[in-house]
Design a protein around this ligand. Structure first.
Ligand SMILES: [Zn+2]
Ligand SMILES: [Zn+2]
Length: 378
C-alpha cells in the first residue's frame, strides 16, 4: 500500500522575516556602524537597561506572575511588564502563557508540548515558532483566568502596535536624545532584541538538555548555573518544573536569581504580595529521593558483593530521614502558627520548644549520615 508522506505544518513567513531580518542587521549593520561611527556610552547604558527591562518582564511577568501565578502584583508593575513583554517580541501575554502552561502540562510530549525538547535542540530553541505547529495554543482555554486582568486584555488587543512602537520609535527617540538616532535604533532596537531572544530561548532548549536533575527526573528539565546567569535566574529549570508555582527558581540564597530578588524587592515596596514558596521539607525530600535513586542505580551497576545489604541500608536511612523530616516540619509548623498568634513568649516555655530543638538535632544527625552514605555512590 502506498504511504502518504506526513503533512508539514505551514511555514510562518512573518516570524521567519522577523528573526532573519533582526539577526542580519544585528550581525552586519551593528558592527559596521560601530566601526564606522562608534556608539556613545549613553547608548550602551540604555542597551543594558532595555535588555534587563524586556528580559525581566518575561521572567518575572509573563512567566512567574501570569503563567504560574506565583505572586500578585500591583497594576503599575503589571503595566511595566506588559510593555516590557511587547518590547521583547515574544507574543502577547495571553499567547505566551497558553503555550507555557501547555509546556508544563505536557512536558517532553512530542505532539502536545509546544517546544518539546524531545524534538531536538533547534526545534525547542526556535524551530517551533517557524511553522504553525498544532501544539501551539489556539483556543486559550487554559488562560481564561488571565482574561480577568485588564492589563492582559489591553496588551493582547494592541500587541502589534505596542511591539512595533517600542522596538522602533523608542530606540529612535532615545538615540535622538543622545544625538544619534540611527545608533539608537541599531543598538537598542536590533542588537538588544536578538540578544534578548536567544538568551530567553535557551530556557526551552539548553535548560532541557544540559545540567543536573537534583529534584526530579520525570522531565528533561535541568538546573544549570550558566543558563541562570544569562536568563535572570531561570536556569534552575529542574527546580522550576518540580515546583512550578514557587516564585523562586534559584531556591538557595546564593543562587543567581535576579528575578526572585526583583519580586522580593517589589513585595518590600508593597508592589507585590502573596509570594508562594514550597515548604522546605518537600524540597529536601525530593532531593533525598533523587539521591536514593542514584545510589540504588550505582549499587546495582557496580554489582557489589553485599548488594542486598547496601540496598536495605539505603532504604532504611532514607525512610528514617524522611520520618524525622516530617516530624520536624510538623513541629515547626506549630511554632510558626504560634509565632503568628504572638504566643512566642509562652511557646519558649513549653515542652514543644524542647521537642523542636531535639528534632532539629536528630534531623541534622540523619542528614549527616545520609550525606556520608550517598557520597560513597556519588
Ligand atoms: Zn514555567
Ligand atoms: Zn521547561
Amino acid at each position: 500500500m502506498k504511504q502518504t508522506p506526513p503533512v508539514q505544518a505551514p511555514r510562518r513567513f512573518d516570524v521567519l522575516a522577523v528573526f532573519a531580518g533582526t539577526t542580519a542587521v544585528a550581525a552586519i549593520g551593528v558592527p559596521w556602524y560601530g566601526i564606522s561611527h562608534g556608539y556613545q556610552p549613553a547608548l550602551w547604558i540604555a542597551f543594558v537597561v532595555l535588555l534587563a527591562w524586556n528580559g525581566m518582564s518575561i521572567t518575572a511577568g509573563y512567566h512567574r506572575l501570569w503563567s504560574h501565578k506565583s505572586y500578585q502584583a500591583h497594576v503599575l508593575v503589571r503595566l511595566a511588564f506588559a510593555l516590557g513583554g511587547a518590547l521583547a517580541v515574544q507574543n502577547s501575554i495571553r499567547q505566551w502563557c497558553a503555550d507555557h502552561r501547555n509546556h508544563h502540562q505536557h512536558t517532553d510530549d512530542i505532539d502536545l508540548d509546544p517546544y518539546s525538547a524531545r524534538r531536538g535542540f533547534w526545534y525547542s530553541h526556535i524551530g517551533w515558532m517557524l511553522r504553525d505547529y498544532p501544539a501551539t495554543a489556539k483556543d486559550y482555554a487554559n488562560v481564561r483566568d488571565l482574561d480577568r486582568d485588564p492589563v492582559v486584555r489591553w496588551q493582547d488587543q494592541h500587541y502589534a502596535a505596542l511591539a512595533l512602537s517600542l522596538n522602533i520609535l523608542l530606540p529612535l527617540a532615545i538615540g535622538a536624545l543622545a544625538g544619534d538616532a540611527l545608533g539608537g535604533l541599531l543598538l537598542l532596537g536590533f542588537l538588544r532584541l536578538v540578544v534578548s531572544h536567544h538568551t530567553t530561548f535557551l530556557i526551552n532548549s539548553l535548560a532541557h538538555a544540559w545540567g543536573k536533575q537534583p529534584y526530579s527526573d520525570a522531565t528533561s528539565s535541568r538546573d544549570n548555573t550558566v543558563i541562570a546567569l544569562l536568563t535572570y535566574g531561570e536556569g534552575y529549570h529542574n527546580f522550576h518544573h518540580t515546583f512550578q508555582w514557587d516564585y523562586r527558581n534559584g531556591v538557595r540564597w546564593y543562587h543567581f536569581d535576579p528575578t526572585k530578588w526583583l519580586i522580593r524587592g517589589l513585595a518590600w515596596c508593597s508592589l507585590a504580595a502573596e509570594l508562594k514558596r514550597v515548604a522546605p521539607e518537600k524540597i529536601e525530600q525530593s532531593r533525598a529521593k533523587m539521591q536514593l535513586k542514584h545510589a540504588t542505580e550505582r549499587v546495582i551497576q557496580f554489582r557489589l558483593i553485599n548488594k542486598e545489604q547496601w540496598l536495605a541500608l539505603l532504604e532504611t536511612e532514607y525512610e528514617q530521614l524522611v520520618h524525622v523530616l516530617n516530624e520536624w516540619s510538623h513541629c515547626r509548623q506549630r511554632w510558626l502558627e504560634m509565632r503568628t498568634r504572638d504566643l512566642k513568649k509562652r511557646w519558649d516555655e513549653t515542652e514543644l520548644h524542647h521537642q523542636l530543638q531535639e528534632l532539629e538535632q536528630s534531623l541534622n544527625m540523619r542528614r549527616r549520615q545520609w550525606r556520608l552514605l550517598t557520597q560513597q555512590f556519588a
